[in-house]
Design a protein around this ligand. Structure first.
Ligand code: UD1
Ligand code: MG
Length: 478
């Protein structure tokens, strides 16, 4: 049910200079989603009648994320006047004149904020018929945040920014979370009164609280019970703190859904990944992107899966895989590298030191050791010998290799694409396959072996090899 009396303003125009990054701050990913995406998803859950996102710095890249996560949002471009106050002023300017509900303002850099916390704030605001209600938090270290300044009896008086605060005000450990609910009429009235008369020469949204208070309007601030929910991300230390906090929530969530996770501290799971019951995750494992893992699969240790599908009861050890599909009961690793387009069918095997790319390996087929399989189709029940290279690249173009079902290829083969090896065919060890091999044939092209007796003793006299040969052949000096 949409809330007709609610408008949401998301502030996403700032540069994020403290990140010291060429990537805009709000696009730094947390659990596989840009920081701003988390805030937009939370906003979306509230089903407001109007959503406005304010952009400026790298606006096109920010707008792309808004279009992905909250396409119903109106986009407003902030002008040259800096500050969160100016951003809100412009956003409120595009709300319909007849809208007379509440405006929830959210900073784009509070990724852990959840819709339940916001719902409670809105309820509190409405229950108290306040002009403004501010979300606050009590922090051990309040450095960097705006401080909540209360009167002696405890009523909210104003918010002062860190850079404008007196020594006494800096001692306050109740902070402004950057999340506010305003009744739209008083907000509309005060916004034009904001000035840039402060250390940062910006219009601060936080100054609206003091202005309302001067008029005797009702304002209040309520601390959240768990301060990490509102921690802002301004630098990379806060970025990693927020990421690990969210990760521990995600890991715990999957544990409670029936996933065994041996070591939460070294397991990273993106917010879009999906795991079934009785999946086991071993230490040092990252389940990233939109990876889906089916029941009973065992992943890790030391495995990274990006946008992969893993079937029931598959086992994937010490592997790096991107955009790969691993079938039910299949086995991958240790030390395998699966690149995009790898499909390993049911009960197949990609083994130790094997790299695959754009390769379909059929049911129960095995590539057990030391091989490169690129641009290939392998039928079912085939076995690719150790140390085989699918030579797919002629220096200009890539070509495909097709291997039939139940094929047995010898160790140390090179398949020079394009070629086809028919069903049930064999190849000898060391074969360089340049021509198609018919079904059921044995292909060999290694030159017959010649043994030149006595060569080492004659040509390498005095070496350890020559001495050993002499001893073995009974030619030792008397
Ligand atoms: C802000 C608050 C501070 C609060 C903190 C909570 C102000 C003046 N200060 O400080 O009281 O404790 O958040 O995390 O609001 N933005 C715009 N346009 C701008 C400037 C910023 O849209 O001109 C956006 C940014 O993209 C960001 C958000 O507003 O998403 C907050 O800006 P930021 O610079 O991070 O403010 P803080 O210094 O953290
Ligand atoms: Mg901030």
């Amino acid at each position: 049910m949409s809330d007709k009396r609610l408008a949401i303003v998301v502030l996403a125009a700032g540069q994020g200079t403290r990140m010291k990054s060429s990537l805009p701050k709000l696009l730094h990913p947390i659990a596989g989603v840009p920081m701003l995406g988390h805030v937009l998803a939370t906003a979306r859950a509230l089903e407001a009648a109007h959503v406005v996102t304010v952009v400026r710095h790298e606006r096109d890249r920010i707008v792309e994320v808004v279009n992905d996560e909250l396409p119903e949002s109106i986009i407003v471009d902030q002008d040259d006047t800096p500050g969160t106050g100016r951003a809100v002023e412009q956003a409120v300017g595009v709300l319909p004149q007849e809208f007379d509900g509440d405006v929830l303002v959210i900073n784009g850099d509070v990724p852990l904020l959840d819709s339940k916390t916001l719902g409670k704030l809105i309820d509190r605001h409405r229950a108290g018929s306040a002009s403004a209600t501010v979300l606050s938090a009590i922090l051990d270290d309040a450095t960097g945040y705006g401080r909540i300044i209360r009167e002696k009896e405890g009523a909210l008086d104003r918010i002062v920014e860190q850079k404008d605060a007196s020594a006494a005000e800096l001692g306050v450990n109740e902070i402004n979370a950057g999340v506010y609910v305003f009744a739209v009429a008083p907000l509309r009235r005060e916004l034009p009164r904001l000035t840039t008369d402060n250390v940062q020469a910006e219009k601060y949204i936080t100054d609206v609280i003091g202005l309302l208070r001067e008029r005797g309007a009702k304002v209040s601030a309520a601390p959240v019970s768990e301060p990490w929910v509102v921690e802002g991300v301004n630098d990379r230390a806060q970025l990693s703190a927020a990421a690990s906090r969210l990760n521990s929530l995600i890991v715990r969530g999957w544990q409670l859904e029936g996933v065994t996770i041996h070591d939460p501290a070294t397991t990273w799971i993106d917010v879009k990944a999906v795991l079934a019951r009785d999946v086991t995750i071993k230490p040092g494992t990252q389940i990233l992107g939109a990876t889906v893992i089916e029941e009973g699969a065992e992943i890790g240790p030391d495995t990274t899966l990006v946008d992969c599908e893993v079937g029931e009861d598959a086992v994937v050890k010490r592997t790096d895989a991107t955009l790969a599909v691993i079938g039910r009961g299949a086995s991958v690793g240790p030390f395998s590298y699966l690149r995009p387009g790898t499909v390993l069918d049911e009960s197949g095997k990609i083994g130790t030191f094997v790299e695959t790319k754009n390769a379909r390996i059929g049911a129960s087929s095995k590539v057990p050791h030391l091989s490169y399989v690129g641009d290939a189709t392998v039928g079912e029940g085939a076995n690719i010998g150790a140390g085989t290279i699918f030579a797919n690249y002629d220096g200009v173009n890539k070509h495909a290799t097709t291997i039939g079902s139940f094929v047995r290829t010898g160790s140390h083969n090179v398949f020079v694409a394009p070629i086809t090896i028919g069903d049930g065919a064999y190849t000898g060890a060391g074969t360089v396959v340049r021509k198609d091999v018919p079904a059921g044939a044995l292909a060999v092209n290694v030159a017959p072996q010649r043994n030149m007796d006595g060569w080492v003793e004659a040509n390498r006299p005095g070496t350890a090899a020559a001495d050993a040969a002499a001893a073995a052949n009974g030619n030792e000096e008397q």
